[in-house]
Design a binder for this molecule. Structure first.
Ligand code: HEC
Ligand code: HEC
Length: 314
């Protein structure tokens, strides 16, 4: 019997584990099973949660939007449709929060799921990050996403001057761009000030997003669609002019090699729709793809100018 168990274990490791661990899309059977388990489990526990004590007023929705955009959009997408940086890359993939399955959850069930997460799935528990009230505000915001009545982000519309300065051919929607900037994780690296802040007069955005940079992933058209990129460009056009990247002080250490002056090209993926590759044809000038570090490459900027770090005082 021991031998039998051992053989079964080895078979499991060799055959089953690779199948289970490899990334694959959820089959409809798996999705149905997952939905049933989630519904049953959250219904069991929602009884202890009680009714939603908050009102979905403007303040609640605004706070819910902020928490949601910061903590959920990278998986569930800014609009709930899983179009975030990681939404489709995990197993199981993030749920479309506007789907029938989620719409039919009660407020208490949703609260329970957000607070406690879903074990064995990528859905994290948020009980340490958010108070109960903040979680209810998110529940209210998800409901607004489902009914299409969510409030817009408070983002200024770029002026014609700003658009011209950023050499944008098409306007784009800065408010949607702000959402996408969070959902695709740009805001995790690019802060409003400091070495990674972006100067709005930067006609290189599309090129950099498609080709990446040293320290910055590339985003293929299949992950981040051209229309979304245009929105992001419109959002960046509203940034304060003190931004570093692409600004007047953004030059390589002492060398004379300026960053490639890419014209304000539309964010064409150059026909590439698969994952970005270093040999992508997306760069119109052909000189902007991430070159091996060193020499005169503009990507050498990171090591050439380390960002200033404050020294702790005694
Ligand atoms: C790291 C990725 C990730 C993050 C971040 C994340 N989720 Fe999820 N979420 C998931 C995945 C994956 C599932 C689906 C699990 C499954 O299908 O079993 C899920 C499921 C859910 C569900 C259940 C939907 C249903 O109908 O079954 C809700 C509600 C939800 N998430 C809300 C949120 C909220 C609100 C936030 C932010 C506070 C958030 N999620 C953050 C990945 C994430
Ligand atoms: C993991 C961190 C990271 C993420 C995520 C990231 N970036 Fe970057 N980005 C960087 C770094 C590092 C640089 C600086 C590279 C350099 O100095 O050449 C950069 C440079 C840039 C520049 C300036 C390029 C130039 O030469 O002027 C722009 C514009 C930019 N990023 C936009 C974006 C946008 C839009 C997103 C989201 C779609 C994004 N980044 C996501 C790290 C990141």
């Amino acid at each position: 019997m021991l031998v039998g168990l051992a053989i079964a274990a080895i078979l499991g490791l060799v055959l089953v584990a690779p199948i289970a661990l490899a990334h694959h899309d959820a089959s409809s059977l798996e999705t149905a099973y997952g939905n049933a388990v989630i519904t049953g489990l959250s219904r069991l526990n929602a009884g202890n949660v009680g009714a939603n004590p908050t009102t979905a007023n403007a303040q609640s929705l605004q706070q819910g939007r902020q928490s949601y955009t910061g903590s959920c959009s990278q998986c569930h997408g800014a609009g709930g449709h899983t179009q975030g940086a990681f939404g489709q890359t995990s197993f199981p993939p993030a749920t479309d929060l506007t789907s029938d399955a989620t719409s039919s959850l009660s407020d208490g069930q949703m609260f329970y799921i957000i607070k406690n997460g879903l074990g064995f799935t990528p859905m994290p528990a948020f009980s340490r990050q958010y108070s109960d009230t903040q979680i209810w505000n998110m529940v209210n915001f998800v409901r607004a996403l489902q009914s299409g009545t969510e409030p817009l982000l408070d983002v200024p519309t770029p002026t014609p001057d700003q658009l011209t300065a950023a050499k944008l051919t098409s306007g784009g929607d800065a408010q949607k761009g702000a959402d996408a900037f969070a959902a695709f994780g740009c805001s995790a690296c690019h802060e409003p000030s400091g070495a990674l802040s972006i100067n709005p007069v930067n006609d290189n955005v599309a090129n950099v997003v498609r080709n990446g940079r040293q320290g910055m992933p590339c985003f293929s058209t299949s992950l981040l669609a051209d229309v979304v990129l245009i929105d992001i460009q419109a959002y960046i056009a509203t940034f304060p002019v003190e931004g570093f990247l692409g600004g007047p002080n953004d030059q390589p250490g002492g060398g004379g090699s300026a960053p490639p002056a890419q014209s304000g090209s539309p964010p064409s993926g150059g026909g590439t729709s698969g994952p970005c590759s270093t040999s992508t044809s997306a760069s119109a000038g052909g000189s902007a793809s991430p070159a091996p570090a060193g020499s005169t490459s503009p990507t050498a900027r990171i090591s050439a100018s380390p960002s200033p770090v404050a020294t702790p005082t005694p």
